[in-house]
Each structure stands twice: as C-alpha cells, then as structure tokens.
Design a binder for this molecule. Structure first.
Ligand SMILES: *[C@@H]1O[C@H](CO)[C@@H](O)[C@H](O)[C@H]1NC(C)=O
Ligand SMILES: *[C@@H]1O[C@H](CO)[C@@H](O)[C@H](O)[C@H]1NC(C)=O
Ligand SMILES: *[C@@H]1O[C@H](CO)[C@@H](O)[C@H](O)[C@H]1NC(C)=O
Ligand SMILES: *[C@@H]1O[C@H](CO)[C@@H](O)[C@H](O)[C@H]1NC(C)=O
Ligand SMILES: *[C@@H]1O[C@H](CO)[C@@H](O)[C@H](O)[C@H]1NC(C)=O
Ligand SMILES: *[C@@H]1O[C@H](CO)[C@@H](O)[C@H](O)[C@H]1NC(C)=O
Ligand SMILES: *[C@@H]1O[C@H](CO)[C@@H](O)[C@H](O)[C@H]1NC(C)=O
Ligand SMILES: *[C@@H]1O[C@H](CO)[C@@H](O)[C@H](O)[C@H]1NC(C)=O
Ligand SMILES: *[C@@H]1O[C@H](CO)[C@@H](O)[C@H](O)[C@H]1NC(C)=O
Ligand SMILES: *[C@@H]1O[C@H](CO)[C@@H](O)[C@H](O)[C@H]1NC(C)=O
Ligand SMILES: *[C@@H]1O[C@H](CO)[C@@H](O)[C@H](O)[C@H]1NC(C)=O
Ligand SMILES: *[C@@H]1O[C@H](CO)[C@@H](O)[C@H](O)[C@H]1NC(C)=O
Length: 538
C-alpha cells in the first residue's frame, strides 16, 4: 500500500509526459592477520583442535576471536564435525570483525535505544520511469505514520511524503547456528516513491528517534532515456570490499546505479556482518539504486536477509512474490536477473551456502524468463537499438580449472544458452569465481569465435552476433584468493582477457556506459588503474 501526498503539479508534470572457495595454491607474501586466520581456519586439522588454541594471539583481532569463541564454548558443546559451518562463521568473522561488532548471541539490527533511527538505507529501481524504492531498517516496527519518507527538491521545497505498509522482518534459524545472530529482531521498511520526473535530482528524509537521515538521488529514467551509466561487480566482502566502496565514493558522478548479481558482505547469515557492510556502503547506495540478486553466500537461511532487506521488483516484472528473479529497464538496457541457487537443498543444515541447479529447478522461473524475453523481443522489434544483458551469479563459459567452470558451467548453460541466443542477448554477466574473465562471442553449438567481430586487439566487438560473457568476481574479500589461472597452458582463442583475483586491499569494479549504439565497459582496480577496457558497437 502506498499513500502519496504529492503536490498536484508534480503528478501533472510527469503524467503529462547477488563462491568459489579460495583455492590458494601459493600463500600470499603480504600476510596479515585476516589472511592468516582464514588460511588457518580452512586447514583440515584446524577443526580437530580446541577452538581456543586457534586464537593464541595478543593483538586485538585475536583477542576478539578468542572472546567470541570462549562465549560460544561456554554456551555450546563444541562440535568438531561442523567444519563447513565453522568455515562460514570464520569468513563472516574475518569480513566483519574489523568493524567492532559487539554481539552477545542475540541480534538486534539498529539501535534499540533509539528504536526508529534508520539504518542500512538504500534505494532500488522498479524499472518504471520516475520511480524508486527507499528501504531501511529500524529496531522497532514503524507505525503507519512512521513508515514514511519526505521528498523535497534540491532547494529544500517539500514535494510530499510517501508511506508504506511493506514492513518485513524475519527470524534466523534456531539451535546451534547462527552463532552470532540468533533471535534476530529488526524491521525492514520499503517505501515506493512514484511519479517523479525521470533524470531530475531530489532529496528524501527518513525521520528517526535521535536523528533524521537525508540523501539526494536522481529519479530513474526507466525506458525513457537512450543512455545509461552504472557500476557492476560481484563477490564483495565487508572488510575486503571496503576499498571498492571507497573507490566508488570518489566516482559518484560516473554511475547512476549499482548492479551486483550475488555475494555481498560474506555475512552468511551472521547478520551483524551484513549490517556492517551496509553501513559502510550507505553513502553510495542510499543515493544510487543498488540492484542485487542471489549468490551462494546469500543462500544460508533460505535467502532470508536479501528477501527481507531488498525490494525486488518481482511484481513489476511479472514474477511471483517469492521469486528470486526479476528484470528492469533502465536507459536502453533490459537487465535480466536469474537464479541458480538451490534453495530446496540444504543437506547439512540451513546455515549452508547454496549449490547450483539449472533454472528449471525453481518453479516458474523458466516460464517467467521466456515470457519476459518475448515481451522484450517485441519492444526490440520497434526499437532495434535496445540492449539485452542477462545475468546470474555463476559463470557459463569460463576457463578456471575447478567445478564452477568444468562441471557447473556446462550444466547451467544447457537451459540458458538456447534462450540467450534465441533472444540475442548482448552480454552475460556473472561472478562467483574470484577472477575476471572476458569471453568473446562464440557460436553456442560449434563454440567457434565469431568471424570478424573481434577487432582492435579484442578491444572492439563490431556487430557481434553472439553475447559477450564477463565474469567479474574480483570486488574483494579479506581472505586471500589468487592464482586461479594456470601459467604456461594455452587457453582457447575466445578467452580474450583473464585477470587473477586481486588481493586485499585491491579489488576491481566495472563502470559501464551505454547509448543506443555503443556499450563501453571499463574494469578498474581500487587504485584507479584500468585493468580491462572494451566496447561493443551495434
Ligand atoms: C555434530 O554435528 C554433526 C553434523 O551436524 C551431527 O551429525 C552430530 O550428531 C553432532 N554431534 C554432537 C555431539 O552434537
Ligand atoms: C571497539 O570497541 C572497543 C570496546 O568497546 C573500543 O574500545 C574501541 O575503541 C572500538 N574500536 C573501534 C574502531 O571502534
Ligand atoms: C545483548 O545485548 C543487547 C544490546 O546490545 C541487550 O539488549 C540484550 O539484553 C543482551 N542480551 C543478553 C542475553 O545479554
Ligand atoms: C532465543 O529465543 C528462545 C525462544 O524464544 C529462547 O529460549 C532463547 O533463550 C533465546 N536466545 C537468546 C540468546 O536470547
Ligand atoms: C523547488 O521548488 C520550489 C517551489 O516550487 C521552486 O521555487 C524551486 O525553484 C525548486 N527548485 C528546484 C531546484 O527545482
Ligand atoms: C526530523 O525532522 C523533523 C521534521 O523536520 C523534525 O521535526 C525533527 O525534529 C527532526 N528530528 C531530529 C532528531 O532532528
Ligand atoms: C516504455 O515502456 C512502456 C511500457 O512497456 C511502453 O508503453 C513505452 O512505449 C516505452 N517507451 C519507450 C520510449 O520505449
Ligand atoms: C502488482 O502489480 C499489479 C499490476 O502492475 C498491481 O495492480 C498490484 O497492486 C501490485 N501488487 C503489489 C503487491 O504491489
Ligand atoms: C525456501 O524458500 C522457497 C520460496 O519461498 C521455498 O519454496 C522453499 O521450500 C524454501 N526452502 C526450504 C528448504 O525451506
Ligand atoms: C577452457 O574451456 C574449454 C571449453 O569448455 C575447455 O575445452 C578447455 O579445456 C578449457 N581450458 C582450460 C585451461 O580450462
Ligand atoms: C543456439 O542458438 C539458437 C539461436 O541462435 C537457438 O535457437 C538454439 O536453441 C541454441 N542451441 C543451443 C544448444 O544452445
Ligand atoms: C565510449 O568511450 C568512448 C571513448 O572514450 C567515448 O568517445 C564514447 O562517448 C563512449 N560512449 C558512451 C556511450 O559513453
């Protein structure tokens, strides 16, 4: 439900017109405490020792780990067979602990003493012109008059308030897990702001108990613009992701929104780590819509935290209310977010990361996808300059030795390729493997590279007949990830660019600009160096 109090002129004005586990073959020279800890925690014999032995350190990080584990040990009988769970737990600790997470086993988001103070503020797009959704968390459930945002223009003139009854909460499992976050309490409110003028800048304010928060944003264009610019990356940690987040803060004028098909924060159900990540990112994503989808690290507890904290335009794109897939239009691009993460199967427990499964595993997804692509194809008939970018967390064609590329990619593509090729997708975006790989357009049956479409040393695709695939999984984790590509072996000619994982404090993100004729894609590392750059010309 949405109640709007927009001034009439504004309405008239407009209506008139989401992992590969690290496979460390070599230890990094730059050892630091979190690298060491992560390596240590992953060693097989680690789990046969008393957990306290792992933390015989004198530095503050070690002290903190020690305290957490001591508390846990006091409360629970340590079960040394739970190594998978321990591994996720340690990953969340490594990513989150630098932000001084204080936690005593219960988990309240936000500030219980100032129960209506807004936290984790972020925006989403619905794909509709002039419409945006504001989302935030509070410790207490907002009343109907508190679940509101106040919108003004940039001179501070009030335009009206928007309120919502879309207020969600959740519980996080029971029993042993999750160590850091049982008995969750907190609320996520989602308020839709409609009928703004696409491309105009506005301000919004959320009123809290001890503080109000105000951010500036641009009303999305939806399909009413022939250009668009965005940031794209996947696999971003909390501590590990901070360098990318800091780099984006310096380039706010260069993108209008952020696209992340899976794996953010590495909280794995440890909600305080997710909160730490969102706090770090808030200055960016409260101003720029943040469109996420599912990765294996969102999988624990059946995607609870993403389902509740993010507004996905499932209804707007014709999907079921609990669908983990949706599409949006922005500028000349139709973006399709798909899901392979198997939320039906948690054999060891709901704390687990998800495993991949074909699209058709999830009731309604394939039908939705065909329908969505058909509708898009009709629009493209009358406007051939539109672009189609399909994405999901995991790679299809890729050349890292390991299950993601050797086993799962070929399985997953059996359903995706026929549709991607039939509907002439321009690109496929993914991540999951913590490396970057750019795959030239290949024929889906013969797997031969398009003839003559790869030009200028691979920096230009001229009228490519097939999609360009980009795996961009290097946004950064605090744990070391490296040496994915095997030196000295030959890769197929279509594997145009390969970049190994970039270890903390560096990571990579792409800035993408599109108009009706050209798509520019540039990959940067956090020091601003261009790592890859190419364009597609229609
Ligand atoms: C330890 O965990 C395993 C796997 O979850 C379970 O099968 C086993 O019963 C547990 N052992 C104890 C002593 O709780
Ligand atoms: C972390 O918490 C401790 C104890 O509450 C405090 O002394 C310290 O200043 C905090 N550190 C940071 C970086 O906030
Ligand atoms: C845990 O800490 C919160 C505040 O952070 C407090 O409200 C709660 O009572 C504490 N719970 C326990 C069991 O100590
Ligand atoms: C969580 O809630 C359950 C039941 O509601 C209660 O038994 C348990 O003590 C609570 N745990 C914590 C850490 O507050
Ligand atoms: C904001 O609205 C006021 C009142 O309608 C108007 O005078 C002012 O020019 C507007 N400012 C901007 C930046 O549009
Ligand atoms: C928040 O804004 C409202 C409206 O301007 C104001 O009345 C209130 O005092 C503000 N609250 C705080 C904590 O500043
Ligand atoms: C935008 O999408 C709407 C709804 O699909 C359609 O009616 C309209 O013609 C489209 N506008 C443009 C400029 O493509
Ligand atoms: C879903 O979309 C339809 C049509 O676009 C609309 O009538 C309906 O109110 C929407 N439902 C929700 C829950 O937003
Ligand atoms: C996870 O959620 C989906 C969608 O609501 C549901 O169909 C599925 O059964 C759930 N999985 C488990 C293991 O409960
Ligand atoms: C690269 O991928 C192709 C096609 O799947 C495969 O035949 C080849 O063995 C792979 N090469 C490496 C080095 O992984
Ligand atoms: C290959 O692409 C064509 C469209 O170009 C499509 O009809 C066909 O189903 C695809 N086959 C496979 C095996 O992907
Ligand atoms: C793409 O990059 C080229 C070279 O920097 C630039 O001239 C062109 O305007 C860019 N196109 C778009 C759509 O941003």
């Amino acid at each position: 439900m949405l109640r709007t109090y927009l001034l009439p002129f504004l309405v008239v004005a407009y209506l008139g017109i989401q992992c590969a586990s690290a496979n460390n073959k070599h230890d990094s020279d730059k050892t630091s405490i979190f690298h060491e800890f992560a390596r240590f925690a992953r060693r097989e014999d680690t789990f046969r020792k008393s957990p306290l032995e792992l933390f015989l350190r004198t530095d503050p990080q070690g002290e903190w780990f020690k305290k957490v584990l001591k508390d846990l040990k006091a409360e629970n009988h340590w079960n040394s067979t739970m190594s998978g769970e321990m591994s996720l737990f340690s990953s969340a600790l490594v990513e989150g602990t630098w932000y001084n997470i204080s936690n005593n086993g219960t988990c309240n988001c936000c500030d219980v003493n100032n129960p209506m103070d807004p936290f984790n503020v972020h925006l989403s797009m619905t794909g509709r012109p002039g419409e945006v959704v504001v989302s935030w968390n509070t410790a207490q459930k907002p009343s109907p008059t508190e679940a509101c945002v106040f919108v003004s223009n940039t001179s501070g003139s009030q335009l009206g308030s928007f309120c919502s009854s879309d207020i969600r909460t959740f519980s996080l499992g029971s029993g042993f897990s999750p160590y850091l976050c049982s008995n969750y309490s907190g609320y996520a409110t989602h308020v839709k702001i409609s009928s703004l003028k696409p491309g105009e800048t506005y301000m919004y304010t959320i009123r809290g108990t001890s503080k109000n928060k105000t951010f500036q944003f641009m009303a999305p264009y939806g399909n009413t613009s022939s250009t668009t610019k965005l940031a794209f990356f996947t696999d971003i940690g909390t501590k590990g992701g901070q360098p990318v987040i800091d780099a984006l803060k310096q380039r706010m004028s260069e993108f209008d929104y952020v696209i992340l098909p899976g794996d953010q924060s590495y909280s794995d159900g440890y909600h305080t780590t997710f909160d730490a990540y969102m706090t770090l990112f808030e200055d960016v994503i409260a101003s720029k819509p943040y469109m996420v989808s599912t990765g294996n690290h969102e999988g624990p507890w059946n995607f609870t935290y993403v389902r509740n904290n993010f507004y996905w335009p499932v209804n707007e794109s014709g999907a079921a209310p609990d669908a983990l897939w949706y599409s949006i239009d922005e500028g000349p691009v139709h973006f399709v977010f798909m899901n392979y993460e198997n939320y039906f199967s948690y054999p060891l427990g709901e704390w687990e990361m998800t495993q991949p499964a074909p699209l058709s595993t999830f009731p309604g997804q394939l039908e939705w996808l065909e329908n969505d692509l058909q509708k898009f194809a009709k629009r493209r008939e009358s406007n051939p300059n539109l672009w189609l970018i399909m994405m999901a967390h995991r790679p299809l064609t890729c050349n890292i030795s390991g299950k993601s590329c050797d086993v799962f990619g070929p399985e997953l593509e059996k359903e995706v390729f026929p549709l991607m090729y039939q509907y002439k997708a321009d690109m496929y975006w993914c991540g999951h493997v913590h490396a970057y790989e750019r795959v030239n357009p290949i024929n889906n049956v013969t797997r031969t590279q398009c003839s003559n479409c790869v030009q200028q040393n691979g920096s230009l695709y001229l009228k490519p007949p097939y999609p360009v695939q980009v795996m961009n999984g290097i946004a950064g984790r605090a744990v070391a990830d490296n040496n994915y590509f095997t030196p000295g072996i030959s890769y197929p000619d279509y594997a145009q660019v390969r970049i190994d994982a970039i270890n903390y404090p560096f990571g990579g993100y792409a800035l993408v600009q599109v108009n009706d004729a050209v798509l520019n894609f540039t990959l940067y590392n956090t020091s601003g160096t261009v790592l890859d750059s190419f364009r597609i010309e229609k």
